[in-house]
Structure formats: structure tokens, C-alpha cells
Design a protein around this ligand. Structure first.
Ligand code: HEC
Ligand code: HEC
Length: 443
């Protein structure tokens, strides 16, 4: 392996800095952490469907984009030294080669402990109305503060420790001076990371070319899928697309019955209600969301409003075939599984969104929808996405764990006998689900 002299110098500097601090952890950065490749480069804004006005509005006045800042942010994004044991970088869970995700149901960080939530993509995250599945952070800058300090993600003990570590790396001393005209500090660190993330825009999909007037950009099957998306499938009611905000989300939070797959969902909601009477600081909420069962209550952790129990942000649907698996808990392996979930009207629970109803879609209609969703893939990811689409298509011919045709056509479920339970379709703990939901907030 060719050793980059700069890297060698950096290692030496860190070693000296740490030695003089008498700190025990002098390990070099983990060589297996993802390296920036061509997919990590800042993307051109010359993409079909690029929302230029929205882009301008989405860059905070106090953190303008500059090439030097973006370069610093990129170095930080890929640097495992931001973690307590030098093994985990942002890119470990948001790998550009995997659509800026880790393609795992939930993520493992330092100490290889798995969290409760699926890592969403950083692509187009700059346009999110709020960050995280529950929207608990307002901006990319605020978001970036959390994983570095989260005990099971990057595990640094506190902001001071991060700044101290960075200050011991001469390259960062220079770069922070160059970009911010001062020594490394936590606020500037997250600004640089956010500036880099704002270069990861992803439009330029067949769908964008179709909407720009190229009628051949979508196959006939994909065009049928687009019609179902807007019609019988009701997808458009939440995953709304429009030319000024072309992102397939209503920017709201809904309980679509994903958490309720877990039969203990209502029990967890009850625990959350009790816990939140005391807890509440942002870092405490981050810990609850990432590493405890009550993660499942979603938006409720943030608003403490019972109607937000089990609600999560409506996700953008671009580049789905490089960001598998799906939903906030990564519980669905294929796009077809997510479609089966919607087709049967989600999983019943007391807080299910009124927009989730049995759809009565045929197999052919589900295939058409899946084909349409492939058309939301940006050119840069298309080759990779087509392979994944084929892989999932094959699985979907034989393996459909979420399929429930009777529920989809209204022969059972909420329209059938026994409305009000049992909720949940996993595990035997149904007794929790028979409780009167109205009592939930009561104690
Ligand atoms: C151990 C894996 C892991 C690491 C390391 C990690 N993330 Fe994440 N990231 C996640 C998970 C899981 C979520 C979703 C958590 C949630 O919603 O509660 C997330 C959410 C996000 C989001 C919000 C996206 C959205 O659509 O809401 C952004 C942006 C992001 N991470 C950027 C970063 C940055 C920047 C870093 C480094 C400072 C980082 N992540 C480090 C796993 C990780
Ligand atoms: C009532 C609002 C609503 C409707 C209607 C709706 N969705 Fe969703 N969708 C959401 C929310 C909220 C999430 C995140 C839920 C979660 O993970 O708990 C989501 C997540 C998804 C995901 C997973 C995204 C990811 O990154 O993991 C896919 C795929 C999806 N929806 C496709 C569809 C399709 C296709 C339709 C129409 C058949 C549809 N949705 C209808 C609100 C909705």
C-alpha cells in the first residue's frame, strides 16, 4: 500500500498530541472506514429537476457555501478520528458508495452496538424540513452535533474532548484558520460538515426528465405506476411532488403503522409517556431515540403530543434502490414489502394516520409502482439501482412476508370483526394490544 506522506505526518502529530496529553487512546484511524471516492465529490447543480430557488433558500445566511469550507467538511465527514476509538466516521453509516447509507436495517457504531433506527441518506438532506426520522433537530448543523457524542454512534464524551482532539491535528488547525479564521471549535466543525452535506444533491432522474417534457423518459409501465401513485395508491397525499419542492414529501409526520409491527408498541408508548415526564434535554432524547425501545414512539419523543405516537417523517422517495432496507427501523427488506404494507392498510394501532387505508392494489399494480419508484433514481446511481431492483424483483416473486390480500381488499382488518385489536402482527404479546387506547395518556 502506498502511504501518503501527509497521512503519515498526521498520524505522527496525533500520536505526539495524544502522548503529551497522556491519553490512553493513541490508535491510528481505522483503515477499513470508507474512503472518499468519486461518489463523495460535491455534485454539480446542473441537474435536470434541480430546484434552484429552493436550494438558495435552504442555505443558512450564517453558513454560506465556500469551496474551502466544503473541503474541510468533507475531510471531517470521512475522518474516523471524530469517534472515541478512531474507528467510526460519518461515512461509516453514510457511505457515498451505498447512496450515503449503510444499507443495513439499523446501524452499528463504536463497540459494534446496533441502534434502533435505519440510517437515512444524506442525499438531498439539506431540503428536509427537519432532521432525523422524528425531526428532533432543525438543521444539518444541529444534526451533526449529535452522532459524534452519541454513546453508541461515535462515542466522544463531550464537545471539549472533540475540540481538543481536533486541535491536536495540525492539518485541522490550519484548515479551521483558513476557513473560519480561528482555532477548531465545535460550532465551526458542524458548520463545515453541513456545508459538505449541502453539496450532496440528487435529482437528474428519468422522472425529472419526464416532467421536463421528455415523454419517453419513463417506460409505459413506469407511467402506469405514476398514475397509481397519484390515484388508487394514494401515495401522493403524503409523498407530494411539486415543481418548486420536487421531493416526494409533505414535510409532515405520520403514524403509518410501522412501529405497530412490534406487539409491545402500546406498552412502549406508555413507558415513553412516563419517562418523558422527567427527561427532555436534546442529548437525552437523542439517546432514547437511538438506543432504547421507546425509539418506536417516534415524533412523540419530540412533541410529547399523544397524537404523534409512532409518527415519523414522510421520507423522500428518491434513490430508494440504493438506500435499502426501508422504514425508520429498516424492517422492510424490499420495496415490494413496503408496498404490501400500504396495500393492507398498514398495521393497526390506536394512532394510525387516517390516510392509511387498504388499497386493493393488484400484483400488477404493485409491480408498476415499484417500476415507477426506480424512475426516481439519479443518473449517478442508476447502474447500481437497476441491479438492486432486479435482486428485489426476484425476491418478490417468492417471498412476500407483508402480503395480506384479504386485508388489502377489505375482507379483514379494520373493516372486519373485532375492530380495536389485536394490534401488531409480530410475536405473541397481543394482550398489551387489547388495552383501551383512550387510557394511554391517563396515568
Ligand atoms: C453509527 C452510525 C451513524 C454515524 C456514525 C452517523 N450517523 Fe447519521 N444517522 C444515523 C442514523 C441511524 C440516523 C437516523 C437516526 C434517527 O432518526 O433517530 C442518522 C441520521 C442522520 C441525518 C438525518 C437525515 C434525515 O433524513 O433525517 C443526517 C443528515 C446524518 N445522519 C448525518 C451524519 C453526520 C454528518 C455524521 C457524522 C458527524 C453522522 N450522520 C454519523 C447513523 C449514523
Ligand atoms: C399517510 C401518509 C403516507 C402515505 C399515504 C404514504 N406514505 Fe410512504 N411514508 C410515509 C411515512 C410517514 C414514512 C416513514 C414511516 C416510518 O418509517 O415509520 C414513509 C415511508 C415510505 C417508504 C420508505 C422510505 C425509506 O427511506 O425507508 C417508502 C418506500 C414509501 N413510504 C412509499 C410509499 C408509497 C409507494 C405509497 C403509496 C402506496 C406511500 N408511501 C404512501 C407516509 C406516507
Amino acid at each position: 500500500m502506498r502511504v501518503n506522506p501527509l497521512v503519515a505526518v498526521l498520524f505522527a502529530t496525533v500520536a505526539i498530541a495524544i502522548a503529551s496529553d497522556a491519553a490512553p487512546e493513541a490508535a491510528p484511524p481505522d483503515a477499513t472506514a470508507p474512503k472518499p471516492g468519486v461518489m463523495a465529490e460535491p455534485k454539480s447543480t446542473h441537474q435536470v429537476g434541480f430546484p434552484a430557488e429552493l436550494y438558495k433558500l435552504s442555505i443558512p445566511a450564517d453558513n454560506p457555501q465556500t469551496p474551502a469550507k466544503v473541503a474541510l467538511g468533507k475531510a471531517l465527514f470521512f475522518d474516523p478520528r471524530l469517534s472515541v476509538d478512531n474507528t467510526v466516521s460519518c461515512a461509516s453509516c453514510h457511505d457515498p458508495g451505498k447512496g450515503f447509507t449503510d444499507q443495513q436495517p439499523t446501524s452499528d457504531g463504536v463497540h459494534h452496538k446496533f441502534g434502533q433506527r435505519n440510517a437515512p441518506t444524506v442525499l438531498n438532506a439539506m431540503f428536509n424540513i427537519a432532521q432525523f426520522w422524528d425531526g428532533r433537530r432543525a438543521t444539518l448543523e444541529d444534526q451533526a452535533r449529535d452522532p459524534i457524542l452519541n454513546p453508541i454512534e461515535m462515542g466522544m464524551p463531550n464537545q471539549q474532548a472533540v475540540v481538543k482532539k481536533l486541535s491536536g491535528i495540525s492539518e485541522y488547525q490550519d484548515k479551521f484558520q483558513e476557513v473560519f479564521a480561528r482555532a477548531p471549535n465545535y460550532g465551526d466543525l458542524v458548520k463545515a460538515v453541513a456545508a459538505y452535506e449541502r453539496t450532496q444533491i440528487a435529482f437528474d432522474a428519468p422522472f425529472d426528465r419526464f416532467m421536463a417534457g421528455d415523454r419517453n423518459a419513463l417506460t409505459p409501465q413506469q407511467q402506469r405506476g405514476w398514475a397509481i401513485f397519484n390515484g388508487q395508491g394514494r401515495c401522493m397525499t403524503c409523498h407530494g411532488w411539486n415543481p418548486t419542492r420536487p421531493l416526494f414529501t409533505d414535510d409532515r409526520f405520520h403514524n403509518i403503522g410501522v412501529s405497530a409491527h412490534n406487539a409491545k408498541f402500546v406498552q412502549h408508548a406508555r413507558q415513553a409517556l412516563a419517562l418523558l415526564k422527567q427527561a427532555g434535554g436534546p442529548e437525552e432524547i437523542d439517546r432514547l431515540a437511538i438506543s432504547t425501545d421507546i425509539s418506536e414512539v417516534g415524533r412523540f419523543l419530540v412533541t410529547k403530543q399523544p397524537h404523534d405516537i409512532g409518527a415519523f417523517r414522510t421520507m423522500d422517495l428518491r434513490n430508494l434502490f440504493v438506500t435499502q432496507p426501508y422504514f425508520h427501523d429498516g424492517s422492510q427488506a424490499t420495496v415490494w414489502d413496503t408496498l404490501d404494507h400500504y396495500n393492507k392498510g398498514g398495521v393497526q394501532n390506536p394512532f394510525l394516520d387516517g390516510g392509511i387505508v387498504p388499497l386493493g392494489l393488484s400484483e400488477q399494480q404493485e409491480d408498476d409502482l415499484a417500476a415507477f419508484l426506480l424512475s426516481l433514481t439519479s443518473e449517478q446511481f442508476m447502474a447500481q439501482a437497476k441491479k438492486e431492483y432486479q435482486r428485489q424483483f426476484k425476491i418478490s416473486r417468492t417471498d412476500r412476508p407483508q402480503r395480506d390480500t384479504e386485508a388489502a381488499i377489505g375482507l379483514k382488518g379494520r373493516n372486519g370483526p373485532g375492530f380495536g385489536g389485536p394490534f401488531g402482527d409480530l410475536g405473541p404479546g397481543q394482550k398489551y394490544m387489547r388495552e383501551n387506547p383512550a387510557l394511554l395518556g391517563g396515568d
